[in-house]
Write a protein that binds this ligand. Structure first.
Ligand code: PLP
Length: 397
């Protein structure tokens, strides 16, 4: 086939999927694959979930789009549901993770101006990922994502992840800081789980300095780590939370949630979107959130994730190439001592979809929250065997 007229923005594996069901995807040749990636933490309810499909079909037949010039009852209902699960005061509904983060960045800047800070700055982390728009790639802690797109958006101050001393030093020296923006667990950076007490300490510093604590839960949200949001593993509350990926189970939607002073920052005309919060997207997200709750999928993610990590640790204990198995809930990374970029292709050949992140050294597994224990066993056995063969500990036959 001639090269399709698409911009060359992705390195794609040579497989195309025709349909999916639950944790399984079927390619155009009829082969099936266990989906251990969920479209990068998107399809938490698996593929073609009947409740989500029904919600989309019913709403598409009624009203798909309605301008934010008018009242949108489903958007209000979704905001109420997000408030209920998060304890945050209000939300702005948009279409993607990067958009949710743009809203958070704008909110923090405006909060700074309200406090008389003319050049407000936000602390962001090394190794972070916040998106591909200009402001979010500037916030991202990965040179490869920024290179060639300078001048970057200013107003970000970088600190190492999980390093409180670095934050305290910035606090002592930079009067322009208005917020800390951080992923509770770094996803694209390689599934980095901070030490216990990190978020609590950041909360305390933010309280002392009058800064906003803003959490990027685009990847960690929507049950992925075993609670609806990852901060709910602690007893702190953030000022701003962004989410997207799993919220629509594949239907594009994002949200920026705020609390307290942060919830009062925007007024009419300060921010907006044409598509964001349309009835179809909101009906879909409501179906997703209700299903997560009714089927107790956060709890399932917590216990299945622990089981999967325990199983990997046993099956990979004697493999020198494996440095660490880590994660929380169904956000799991297997760090290797050397780059193993080919493992994504090799896993696909064995019928499992996963990806490699963290500079090529972290095998990332983000299985759907509806995955059964049998499917988890199949995933762990296949991936463990693959890594053992790759490491030369076992023969392929
Ligand atoms: C994927 C991701 C984003 C970007 O979301 P998009 O929907 O691709 O714009 C932002 N932050 C985190 C932590 C992510 O994992």
């Amino acid at each position: 086939m001639a090269m399709p007229p698409l911009m060359n923005t992705y390195n794609r594996l040579s497989v195309a999927f025709a349909y999916g069901e639950g944790a399984w995807l079927y390619d155009t040749d009829g082969n099936r694959y266990l989906d251990a990636l969920s479209g990068i933490a998107v399809t938490g309810l698996g593929h073609a979930h009947p409740t989500v499909t029904r919600a989309i079909c019913e709403q598409a037949g009624k009203l798909m789009h309605c301008s934010n010039l008018y009242t949108i009852p489903l958007q209000q209902e979704l905001a109420a549901k997000l408030h209920e699960v998060s304890g945050m005061d209000n939300s702005f509904i948009c279409n993607s993770g990067a958009e949710a983060n743009e809203a958070a960045i704008k909110l923090a800047r405006r909060h700074g101006h309200n406090r008389g800070i003319d050049k407000p700055a936000i602390i962001v982390m090394e190794n972070s990922f916040h998106g591909r728009t200009l402001a979010t790639l500037s916030a991202t802690g990965n040179r490869a994502i920024q290179a060639g797109f300078e001048p970057l958006v200013s107003g970000f101050v970088r600190a190492p992840f999980d390093d409180l001393e670095a934050i305290r030093q910035i606090a002592a020296n930079n009067p322009d800081i208005v917020a800390i923006f951080v992923e509770p667990i770094q996803g694209e950076g390689g599934i980095h789980v901070p030490k216990p007490g990190y978020l609590e300490a950041l909360r305390q510093i933010c309280d002392e300095k009058g800064w906003l604590l803003m959490l990027d839960e685009v990847q960690t949200g929507n049950g992925r780590t075993g609670r609806y949001f990852a901060y709910q593993h602690t007893d702190i509350m953030p000022d701003v939370v962004t989410t997207a990926k799993g919220l629509g189970n594949g239907f594009p939607i994002g949200a920026c949630l705020a609390r307290g002073v942060a919830a009062e920052v925007f007024g009419p005309g300060n921010h907006g979107t044409t598509f964001g919060g349309n009835p179809l997207a909101c009906a879909t997200a409501l179906a997703v959130m209700n299903t997560l709750e009714q089927d107790k999928l956060c709890e399932h993610a917590a216990s299945l994730g622990q089981y999967i990590m325990d199983s990997f640790r046993i099956q990979l204990a004697d493999v020198e190439l494996v440095k660490e198995v880590r994660g929380q809930g169904l956000m799991i990374g297997i760090e290797l001592r050397e780059a193993g970029t080919e493992l994504a292709v090799l896993a696909k050949v064995k019928g499992v979809l996963l990806n490699i992140t963290g500079g090529g050294r972290v095998v990332r597994l983000l299985p759907p929250l509806i995955m059964s224990q049998n499917e988890a066993d199949l995933m762990v056995n296949t991936v463990s065997r693959l890594i053992r063969i790759y490491a030369g500990v076992e023969q392929d036959q």
